[in-house]
Write a protein that binds this ligand. Structure first.
Ligand code: ANZ
Length: 853
């Protein structure tokens, strides 16, 4: 996943995923694959614009500055990117195609305009993104934020809900991400049914309220209806007496986010509308309420409330004394009344009414539900319905630093007309003042000469759309552009796309599990439908790198007087003040951490997310400066499995750094007395021994297997083992050492290249074939060795093929069968042929007797 080039530069999380793909890329390249390993910048977005508002520096300048910093930092880490393919989402050559995709969406009715509530901050005069609103006030300045309907562009991602769901099954993605996407899409099966509104005089009006329910079986238990505060019928329903209350309630509700409104723990609130509707199943008049726990954006924005079998409805009914009617009896119970709502399945009770002709008593819930749906369809009161949690995608931002939306509006009719494809890219106009307009209109509205335009066909006066696209847009399809970054006639040439696509391995943070990965899949499917790409899915395999947490921090608890107390004597940590304890004062005692000078005081040891305020941020530049890029790469890979969360530990870098230094000294030799290293190496051009070949091929086998399985940490362990073994050898055959250097090179390319050149090569090792493990050297290496005593085979021992004479003799003398021939005898001679035979000559008993005499 390409980065957002923030002003802060790289953090240590970036090199984690980037080293992983670099190792894979280098490895595959050496195996003869054609590898596309690209890098680019997701560079539109809010921070550059905010910086522009604060300092007057144009976002383009900030963005270019940040990009060049990121680029040089990434280059310092030796990532083998094809820099000729570098792209930035902010370049007109690139966003021309983002705009082109928008026009294709528009053509197919997948982009449309709607009035949608946005976070409007009257004091700042601007619309805020959800992340900029905290507890109903603006993050900057703490001003109240309200929800206000505004004209917006929407993308009809819901039209792809089923395909987005179904195609997940075949992807090699973490199951957790697939599950998150499934939940986000949130397919639910149920029914829509109508309740006819009864006016104040109980005369029926033909006004119907359609509700969505996943439990049509519980229809007899529906004792009231709830409309969402934004329900369009609401104002036409409310009785005069209730209208003021309802209006106040609505205004209050609009200040809350959907999340706040639907929180389960939250106390339910609502207002009676003064109006009733008829339950079609039992003909009863049920009150219609308005309550914010029902969302306007889901289902039909109205529910039939069944307090006996839904927790939220139950709480609401208890609070406002609305009747509760039990209609499902759990299978393991014979009574039908409960203290608490029962939301499970069971058999239906209290569920028949002769006038409506509906009788589901005694039926199991599932069967009852389908019977009710049949009855609804027959009586014209409702139908089966599938709903999705997934909402259409709000695709407009009231910002400057984004892709202009290529649409103009005719002055006279207001009709929206797409900008012709031949006029793309529609570039952002230069602007000096990025502050909000105060009316909710985006800053682009200030660029008069850009905004005022003409319809190219009719020449009628028109104005340009001044909303821009959200930051997600550019990152929805960038992986395609890497395949053909300079193409000016298509977003990607088909032959290129067929050759490279789909992406084989996509590595990035789990925070993109839903939005980015879902949006990209959606666009990809649209591109597939218009024959711009040849696959249904963009990313074959997704890997989430874990988060890197800051170094473990130790804290002690303090009592009211400020004395340090042991953490285990504290029940509620939050109540106690804590004090940071520096690492040198900490000692490990079993699994616990305690104070060195008072081991009775147990400390709390915790790793936190890196953040400026905690002061635990590690800057990769510092690590590179002190230890070198290869050490950083190796350390990040060695910290633990790629997918796990890991704790930073600077002393851990020493370990991998030592390994690299040992590898270096092994090949090059120690520093000469003058301090300068020897040129060349200490290897010899001799044939390796069996033992050396075994060590090497075991290492090759393991490193290969672990890279292929993206278990980079255990690959490093295998190389460490090899180095330990190699230090014991008298001679270092060049062929063995060269192979090892090649194995190391995807991980530590800088050092490996240097060693490679000292080994006498003038070309880079990047395209040398990756060593292949010879299975002959991997086989179990023990042999059954016959043991002869004075020329007679007396037994066998099982030994390593490379076993020494001393070791073979030792094993023979411990063998019960052989030992009886050897015990107490003096050994005259041993003849040992490695891997073949051990011959022992002992003094004969006769001679021993003579000697005794
Ligand atoms: C009656 C009922 C009885 C319900 C029962 C549940 C249990 P999912 O699975 O999420 O689709 N609902 C419908 N629209 C809603 C809205 N706009 N805001 C809040 N809640 C809404 O859940 C669907 C259920 O959530 C629906 O089924 C409805 O309550 C409620 F024993 O209808 B049910």
């Amino acid at each position: 996943m390409f980065p957002y080039p923030s002003g802060a530069g790289l953090h240590v999380g970036h090199p984690l995923g980037y080293t992983a793909t670099d190792i894979l890329a280098r490895f595959k390249r050496m195996q003869g694959f054609n590898v596309l390993h690209p890098m680019g910048w997701d560079a539109f977005g809010l921070p550059a614009e905010q910086y522009a508002i604060d300092t007057g520096t144009h976002p383009k300048i900030t963005t270019l500055r940040n990009i060049s910093r990121f680029r040089s930092q990434l280059k310092s880490l030796g990532f083998s990117y094809d820099w000729d393919r570098e792209i930035s989402t902010t370049e007109p050559d690139y966003y021309k195609w983002t705009q082109w995709i928008f026009l294709q969406l528009l053509k197919r009715g997948l982009a449309y305009q709607a009035e949608v509530p946005v976070n409007w901050c009257p004091a700042l005069g601007t619309v805020l993104a959800n992340e900029e609103v905290i507890d109903g006030v603006s993050e900057r300045g703490g001003h109240p934020v309200i929800r206000k309907p505004m004209r917006q562009w929407m993308l009809r991602i819901t039209a792809y809900a089923d395909r987005l769901l179904e195609d997940l099954d075949d992807l090699d993605w973490p199951e957790s991400i697939k599950e998150m996407q499934r939940n986000w899409i949130g397919r639910s099966e149920g029914a829509e049914l109508d309740f006819v509104v009864i006016n104040g005089n109980s005369q029926e009006e033909e006004k119907r309220i359609t509700v969505y329910t996943t439990r049509p079986d519980t229809i007899f238990g529906a004792t009231y209806l709830v409309l969402a505060p934004e329900h369009p019928f609401l104002s036409s329903l409310v009785s005069e007496a209730q209208s003021k209350h309802v209006e106040e309630y609505r205004e209050h509700a609009f200040r809350k986010s959907d999340l706040e409104r639907t929180e389960l723990q939250k106390e339910k609130t609502g207002v009676f509308t003064g109006c009733y509707a008829k339950n079609p199943a039992n003909g009863q008049a049920v009150p219609i309420w308005v309550a914010d726990y029902v969302l306007g954006s889901y289902g039909t924005g109205a529910i039939m409330a069944v307090p006996a079998h839904d927790t939220r409805d139950f709480e609401f009914a208890m609070k406002y004394t609305i009747p509760i009617s039990w209609v499902v009896r759990p299978d393991d119970s014979n009574c039908g009344n409960f203290e608490k709502p029962y939301s499970g399945e069971g058999s239906m009770i209290n569920s028949s009414y002769s006038e409506s002709g509906l009788d589901i008593n005694g039926l199991p819930s599932k069967e009852a539900a389908s019977r009710v749906v049949q009855w609804l369809e027959k009586s014209g009161n409702g139908k089966k319905k599938v709903n999705y949690k997934l909402r259409d995608w709000l695709f407009a931002r009231q910002r400057y630093w984004g892709e202009p939306i290529p649409v103009i509006f005719l002055d006279d009719t207001g009709e929206g007309i797409p900008v012709p494809e031949t006029e793309l890219p529609l570039t952002l106009p230069e602007l000096d003042d990025f502050t909000p307009t105060g009316t909710g209109e985006p800053p682009l509205a200030k660029a008069d000469s850009w905004v005022i335009t003409k319809d190219p066909l009719s020449e009628k006066p028109a104005r340009r759309e001044t909303n821009t696209m959200p930051q997600w847009a550019g990152s929805c399809w960038y992986y395609l552009r890497f395949m053909d970054p300079k193409n000016s006639s298509a977003l990607v040439d088909k032959a290129q796309e067929q050759y490279w696509g789909p992406v084989d391995v996509y590595v990035g943070g789990a925070e993109h599990a839903v939005l980015h990965l879902l949006y990209a899949r959606f666009w990809h499917k649209v591109l597939y439908d218009i024959d711009a790409v040849s696959t249904k899915e963009p990313f074959k395999c997704v890997i989430n790198q874990g988060i890197i947490l800051g170094e473990v921090q130790y804290t002690a608890c303090k009592d009211d007087e400020g004395n340090l107390i042991s953490a285990d004597s504290v029940d509620e940590l939050a109540e106690y003040k804590q004090e940071r304890i520096p690492e040198e004062k900490v000692m490990k005692s079993g699994d616990l951490f305690v104070l060195k000078d008072n081991p009775n005081i147990r400390l709390i040891a915790r790793a936190h997310k890196m953040s400026k305020s905690r002061g635990n941020v590690i800057n990769p530049d510092d690590v590179v400066l002190e230890y070198g890029a290869d050490s950083l790469r190796l350390y990040e890979m060695f910290m633990g499995p790629l997918r796990d969360s890991k704790t930073w530990n600077t002393s851990g870098i020493d370990g991998v750094h030592r390994f690299l230094a040992r590898s270096w000294r092994l090949v090059v030799g120690s520093a000469s007395p003058t301090g300068s290293y020897l040129d060349g190496t200490v290897t010899v051009d001799e044939k390796p021994s069996i033992e050396q070949l075994r060590s090497l091929h075991r290492c090759i086998d393991k490193v290969t297997e672990e890279i292929e399985g993206t278990r980079f940490n255990t690959g490093i362990s295998a190389m460490m083992e090899f180095i330990n073994a190699a230090y014991k050898w008298d001679k270092l055959p060049r062929s063995i050492i060269e192979a090892f250097v090649l194995l190391l090179s995807p991980y530590a390319p800088h050092m490996a290249e240097e060693l490679w050149s000292r080994l006498g090569h003038s070309n880079s090792l990047a395209y040398e074939p990756f060593p292949k493990a010879d299975t002959a050297y991997l086989k179990e290496s023990t042999v059954v060795l016959p043991v002869q005593i004075n020329g007679k085979t007396r037994g066998t021992i099982q030994v390593e093929e490379t076993c020494t004479e001393e070791e073979a003799f030792r094993l023979a003398s411990f063998d019960t069968k052989l030992s009886k021939f050897l015990d107490g005898k003096s050994i005259r001679k041993r003849i040992y042929v490695q891997g073949k035979i051990l011959n022992i000559v002992i003094d004969m008993p006769k001679k021993a007797k003579v000697a005794q005499q």
